[in-house]
Design a protein around this ligand. Structure first.
Ligand code: C2G
Length: 144
């Protein structure tokens, strides 16, 4: 059984995340997702997520490509995760290209970067929603 692992926040789950998870699963038989906890997001990634860890975990566990969700609490757990779960391949989107190459020397896992899905991101979704709200508010004010 070929085991694959990937890491992320996966907030406001969108098709870019699904494309990544689908391709990661296609590379093996079992996909583990290490999901950033709320504390890790806030303390180490300066991210305040829309959905809590429990909600983001619930969403991921509903995806057919995902076999196990574990917490990501630190930048430094990847080597121990790979050894503990006997991972064969570490997969991330290529916005991380090169950042985790050390894993292939510190573990037996292959490191793979997959092309990011263009034009979609949680940040972009939030921006679009805010700008649409501003337009509707403006229109409603004008109509009053
Ligand atoms: N992703 C993608 N295409 C997008 C958006 C995201 O392929 N349009 C990928 C990212 O490259 C990443 C995964 O989806 O591999 C999760 O993205 P994020 O939730 O933004 O994760 P990130 O904040 O990059 O956290 O230790 C690693 C970190 O936890 C990664």
């Amino acid at each position: 059984m070929k085991r694959v692992i990937t890491y992320g926040t996966f907030d406001m789950l969108h098709y870019g995340h699904i494309n990544l998870l689908r391709r990661a699963k296609e590379r093996g038989d079992y996909l583990i997702v290490a999901l950033s906890t709320d504390e890790f997001n806030w303390n180490s990634k300066s991210k305040r997520t829309y959905f809590s860890f429990d909600k983001r975990k619930q969403l991921l566990e509903a995806i057919r490509y995902v076999d196990l969700v574990i917490p990501e609490e630190s930048w430094n757990q990847k080597v121990s995760d790979i050894k503990l779960y006997q991972v064969d391949e570490f997969v991330m989107g290529d916005d991380w290209a090169g950042q985790f190459d050390f894993l292939s020397t510190e573990t037996n896992a292959k490191v793979v970067y997959l092309e990011r899905t263009p034009e979609i991101s949680t940040t972009q979704i939030k921006k679009d929603l805010n700008s649409k709200n501003m337009v509707t508010e403006h229109v409603s004010i004008v109509q009053e």
